[in-house]
Design a protein around this ligand. Structure first.
Ligand code: PRP
Length: 178
């Protein structure tokens, strides 16, 4: 385990098995359909790569880059769109893939933005759901795990851009950010 990690919440094996279940469910729901899977960068990068390999429906992969908070531990309401979609989502099924939903502000921004482009449907998949911190009420269609309100890193999730490469999801030691 990395020296800055207090404890492991979800090991590589636990993540792989849950992501297979999510992929099976998504494959059933979009059977015989085409779906544009939108990874929300950078955090969802690792998750979306594993998730799409567990989906048997017709997948078009796209990415959007947004930033909601930098090196701080607090979420602000400022969402910056750094890179838009490459695909035209008019009349397409869209599945937005997040690593973690915290306040919900990022997704509220994205869903509102995508709706103006008239997709056939928009669904949301997140690996981790931190419901205690939610400011915006929303329906989340696929959830990997409900997580406690701890400082979580790994498997794509950073603190000050570090720890994204950890293969597991862990809790960061307080001494690192205090
Ligand atoms: C994180 C995470 C989500 C968002 C969730 O991204 O990946 O996109 O915050 O927070 P919210 O529900 O409070 O909006 P971040 O802005 O840290 O960028 P990153 O994906 O590049 O790490």
């Amino acid at each position: 385990m990395h020296k800055d990690i207090e404890s492991i919440l979800y090991s590589e094996e636990v993540l792989a098995s849950r992501i297979k279940e999510l992929g099976d469910q998504i494959s059933k729901d979009y059977k015989d359909e085409r779906v544009i899977v939108v990874g929300v960068m950078k955090g969802a990068n690792v998750f979306v790569a594993d998730l799409i390999r567990n989906i048997t429906a017709d997948v078009i992969l796209d990415f959007i880059v947004v930033s909601s908070y930098g090196a701080s531990t607090e979420t602000t309401a400022v969402i910056r769109l750094l890179k838009d979609l490459d695909e035209n989502i008019d009349s397409e099924h869209v599945l937005i893939v997040e690593d973690i939903i915290d306040s919900g502000l990022t997704l509220e921004y994205l869903v509102n933005n995508f709706e103006t482009r008239h997709p056939k449907s928009i669904k949301i998949c997140t690996l981790l759901n931190k419901v205690e911190r939610r400011k915006i009420d929303m329906k989340v269609d696929y959830i990997g795990f409900q997580v406690p309100d701890e400082f979580i890193v790994g498997y794509g999730i950073d603190y000050a851009e570090r720890y994204r490469n950890l293969p597991y999801v862990g809790i960061l030691k307080r001494s690192v950010y205090e």
